[in-house]
Design a protein around this ligand. Structure first.
Ligand SMILES: *Cc1c(COP(=O)(O)O)cnc(C)c1O
Length: 523
């Protein structure tokens, strides 16, 4: 009882969070032979014939002998299973999710409604163009709006994620240097040490060498380090702006000039686009290529590897290199069509045109908010982050090593270095304790240049009360740690459906399918 009261005492306004703990039975393990929740009609003799013919046409090694091993459960069991799973998980619809860099904001339901319209669901990419004019128009206009928002001349909607957009963009960069007969010399791409891990990975995947440059004391590009790294081998630079510390690069014009002077291209990692919409445009800052994370900025629920979209914008002289097809419009005949005429195209990077339902969400979001709304999104994202930064930086044990005395953009990186040194409470412990309070932790231990980093992005959609709850829990952590009551933090989480997990085992030894589980049980 005392323990319980102690626990309540930690909570502002006595808010108690407890997640459901249902038995962790897989739906496969609930299977009972013959208990089925559906009925399939008998095949007609006509259909039997079609099936027989198909069996003869399909190569025998592709034909399955046994029916697939699907769980046999009733409709009720299916509904309960997934409802319970939803009660054991956590998402933006259940609470605060300030996962820095990932922009886990609330996505208006109207975007899902649009994407689930029957007209949008039942079209097929092989339909003749005259039967999908509406869908083509949506893609055409979305590409145009993204070009406008970023100051680019052309946009491809094909890439399926941010990292995929990076790949597309750097392949365009590669093709550009190839067209200039410079590829033999230009084999290096500069990436700051604060960059997202996908940047250097992309550089390698596209056959370039990553040249990492250190950040200066302000967490920004060190101009001297940049100058001394740039040579005629420099093919370009990938830059995130605002960077992963939530700081807008102050010397952007100088940086882009340095790279352009050696005929390098500037690549803009646009994952943080929600910080600048309607305010500044990468094109005006001197960038040549930019990717958008549609699932971060423009209203698609993400996480867990669901579908996303990472459109890429380019300046006019790079349009010939864009993937095919793009969507074009003939104003004379008022007709939208697929344009395969990009003379030096890098080819296709994905089947068909991209993740259409995700693009439709983005289209709905932009249309719904308009220019004023989008600008306000960025203003609120920045305001929320600055409010949190100012409050958190004051809490004993915490600091903001970069930008403590200046304003940040949409996110900031809090360091628990002092708290860790003085009480052994780490960023990881803090995360687990936040979970116990019904709050998703921030991104931790990233960027690598901040010790005990907590990278916090509140996003524009959170109300002040929720943000205040979070700040209060950080205050409570500081109080508990310094008053010698560390166990509560070190034992957390106890209120979640899953307690502390073995992170290393989870990363090294994942069991992500029933087949893998069965195999493991056999061994
Ligand atoms: C999220 C992110 C990426 C990668 O985007 P995905 O859509 O997850 O592939 C790249 N750079 C930065 C800065 C990011 O935050």
């Amino acid at each position: 009882m005392t323990q319980f009261l102690n626990f309540l005492g930690h909570m502002e306004g006595n808010k108690v969070f407890k997640q459901s703990k249902w038995p962790k039975t897989l739906i496969f393990e609930k299977s009972t032979p013959g208990r089925i929740g559906y009925q399939v009609p008998e095949l007609s003799s006509e259909e039997e014939k079609v099936l027989e013919k198909a069996k003869r046409t399909i190569s025998s090694d592709l034909l399955r002998e046994n029916s697939p091993n699907l769980p046999e459960v009733s409709e009720l069991e299916v509904v309960r299973h997934f409802t319970r799973l939803s009660q054991m998980t956590y998402g933006v619809d259940s609470g605060f999710y300030p996962l820095g860099s990932c922009t886990m904001k609330y996505n208006p339901k109207i975007c899902d409604t649009a994407a689930s319209m029957i007209d949008a669901q039942n079209i097929h990419p092989y339909q003749p163009e005259d039967t999908i004019q509406g869908s083509l128009q949506i893609m055409y206009e979305l590409a145009k709006w993204l070009a406008e928002l970023s100051g680019m001349a052309g946009v491809t909607l094909q890439p399926a994620a941010g990292a995929h957009g990076e790949y597309t963009g750097i392949m365009i960069l590669r093709k550009y240097h190839e067209s200039q007969n410079n590829l033999a010399i230009k084999n290096e791409i500069i990436v700051p040490d604060s960059a997202h891990g996908t940047n250097p990975a992309t550089v390698s995947m596209c056959g370039f060498k990553t040249i990492v440059i250190p950040s200066n004391n302000d967490g920004c590009v060190d101009i001297d380090a940049l100058r001394s790294s740039v040579t005629n081998k420099t093919a370009g630079m990938m830059l995130t702006n605002p960077n992963t510390l939530g700081i807008f690069e102050p010397n952007i014009k100088e940086i882009t000039d340095i790279i352009h002077d050696v005929d390098g291209l500037m690549y803009y990692d646009g994952a943080n686009f929600n910080a600048i919409m309607g305010k500044v445009r990468p094109g005006d800052m001197g960038f040549d290529i930019v990717h958008f994370n549609i699932h971060k900025t423009f209203a698609t629920p993400h996480g867990g590897g669901g579908p996303g979209a990472g459109p890429v914008g380019v300046v006019s002289h790079l349009i010939p290199f864009l993937p095919v097809p793009s969507v074009a419009y003939n104003s004379t005949s008022d007709f939208y069509y697929l344009n395969y005429n990009h003379k030096q195209t890098i080819g296709k990077v994905r089947s068909y045109f991209g993740n259409f339902s995700i693009l439709l969400r983005a289209y709905t979001y932009i249309l719904r908010l308009g220019q004023t709304g989008l600008t306000r999104v960025s203003e609120m994202a920045n305001l929320n982050a600055n409010y949190m930064k100012a409050q958190c930086a004051r809490i004993d044990g915490f600091s903001v090593p970069y930008g403590e005395n200046s304003s940040c953009m949409h996110e900031f990186v809090l360091s628990a270095k002092k708290l860790y040194k003085e009480t052994e409470i780490s960023a990881l412990d803090i995360s687990k304790y936040l979970l116990d309070n019904g709050l998703h932790p921030p991104t931790v231990y990233f960027p690598l240049i901040v010790p005990e980093a907590l990278m916090i992005e509140p996003t524009e959609t959170e109300p002040k009360e929720i943000i205040d709850d979070f700040i209060q829990v950080i205050r409570n952590i500081s109080k508990l740690a310094y008053s010698g009551k560390k166990e509560d933090i070190q034992n957390a989480p106890i209120n979640t459906s899953v307690g502390r997990i073995d992170d290393v085992k989870a990363a090294r030894d994942p069991i992500i399918s029933y087949r893998m589980l069965k195999k493991q049980k056999k061994n």
